[in-house]
Design a protein around this ligand. Sequence first.
Ligand code: ATP
Length: 238
Amino acid sequence: MLEVRELAVSYGMVRALDEVSLTVDQGSITAVLGANGAGKTTLLRTVNGLVRPRSGSVLLDGTDITRLPVEEVVRLGLAHVPEGRGVITELTVQDNLRLGVLWRNRRERRALQSTGLDEVYALFPALAERRARLAETLSGGERQMLAIGRALMTRPRLLLLDEPSLGLAPRVTAQILAVLRELRERQGLTVLLVEQNARSALSVADHGVVLNLGRVVASDAAASLATADDLRHAYLGF
Ligand code: ATP
């Protein structure tokens, strides 16, 4: 479904991605792993159209999306949950969810909002109970749910998630990863997940890609990566 071909990205003299290639199969969960600074966030931002690569391309179902504006990329079915979640704390839970489809035209917005809110609340009952509260009153885990919920409002086919476990207790991380698996099973959602927490990510993923200093150093079935001792010790920290 997603194909990344030989992406190269530099920030001035810093080479963040160096000839990175990977594929994400329809209906799979793929985890991109690696230490701080490995290039994981840059990879997601480039796939989403927020960063322009120096060379290489990104294809979604065979269509080249490398240089499309973000709004176009979203319209094609891709949604991004950024690191740090991007929840607006001064707004209510429900208004944050509505923001997910704000820039659509009125007809599309109405259609997406009416079913989208019900679906997100069914998936995250904690958000339904707190729909009228300001997002600043939510716990870290609830904010992550809200960020995922907002991305789901656009009914994406491919969800990009940047470090959903950051700062969360293991129990809460497990809950969030379980929801991703449920979405994959119920709706065939495809997920590309960036994580420093390799052990949790591999427990839910089908496939894993390990980045180090902007290069792919391993790409294999998640179960194989989880038991590859050399790789775990060198790059995955568990
Ligand atoms: P983290 O988990 O810390 O976000 P990461 O694996 O996501 O790490 P990136 O954030 O993609 O890695 O960073 C890759 C490299 O690019 C690092 O060396 C980083 O310092 C550098 N970098 C990232 N963003 C910028 C920027 N806007 N300007 C300059 N250098 C940057």
